[in-house]
Design a protein around this ligand. Structure first.
Ligand SMILES: Cc1cc2nc3c(=O)[nH]c(=O)nc-3n(C[C@H](O)[C@H](O)[C@H](O)COP(=O)(O)O)c2cc1C
Length: 217
């Protein structure tokens, strides 16, 4: 297990990390790693393909597979940085977005491998949109977990600026829309674990036993 990516102890029932099943360890060590923490190291294409292939193995209702992905390379790094800068200058006050943040914003994507997530609404199958977005979310989780297992930091960016950038710069068909970018990159060695918590299992799981004895009388 890559310790750089951190690990969350299961505090809800006291199971130690050694006793957890490997899948539970990977799921609980998955986390958001932001692009300013990435080093200048390329992710091999074979690994990106493995990550995306695992995304394709996500479940979909009626097998619609309502997605496609685009690796944004070359000028996209500079162009997205510039787009975010212009967007935040326009939409935020000087206090919310001071000049001291301009350079970092411009350079934010520079070390990231950016995977645009494109939602393709099915034309021939009549299922609710939310089911298809749920399916895409399963695909993203598969990719996020695979990245974690490969020592790659990652997070799903759905900021308005990011979505608008993709909508404007990708060639989207009428049934397609952007659902943001999966940012991926190798994290810095010295990356500190930030505090990550989850609500207790007891607050989120009910045991709802319905009495059946009345059925017979
Ligand atoms: C659908 C979705 C959209 C998200 N969009 C953003 C985003 O736009 N910006 C961001 O910083 N994090 C975003 N995140 C990451 C969440 O903030 C993060 O998963 C959450 O804080 C829990 O932290 P963890 O991933 O480290 O467990 C998104 C996560 C999901 C599932």
């Amino acid at each position: 297990m890559n310790t750089k990516l951190g690990y969350i102890e299961d505090r809800s029932n006291g199971v130690t990390k050694e006793k957890l099943h490997p899948i539970s360890r990977w799921i609980r060590s998955r986390k958001s790693t932001y692009a300013f923490s990435f080093i200048d190291k390329e992710i091999p294409l074979s690994i990106i393909e493995e990550i995306v292939t695992n995304g394709l193995w996500a479940p979909t209702h009626k097998m619609t597979q309502p997605w496609r992905f685009e690796i944004l390379m070359g000028a996209h790094h500079k162009d997205l940085g510039q787009y975010m800068l212009d967007f935040y200058k326009k939409h935020l006050s000087k206090k919310q977005f001071p000049e001291s943040r301009y350079q970092d914003t411009l350079e934010y994507p520079k070390n990231a491998t950016m995977l645009a997530i494109v939602f393709q609404r099915s034309k021939n199958v009549d299922i609710p949109e939310w089911e298809e977005i749920a399916a895409i979310s399963c695909a993203v989780q598969n990719m996020w977990l695979t990245s974690t297992a490969r020592g790659i930091g990652c997070y799903w960016d759905t900021a308005e600026a990011t979505i608008q950038y993709c909508n404007e710069s990708l060639e989207l068909a009428p049934n397609e829309k952007s659902l943001g970018i999966l940012y991926m990159g190798y994290p810095k060695e010295e990356l500190k674990e930030r505090s990550r918590k989850r609500k207790l299992l007891s607050k989120k799981l009910n045991h709802n036993y319905k009495k059946i004895c009345n059925l017979f009388f």
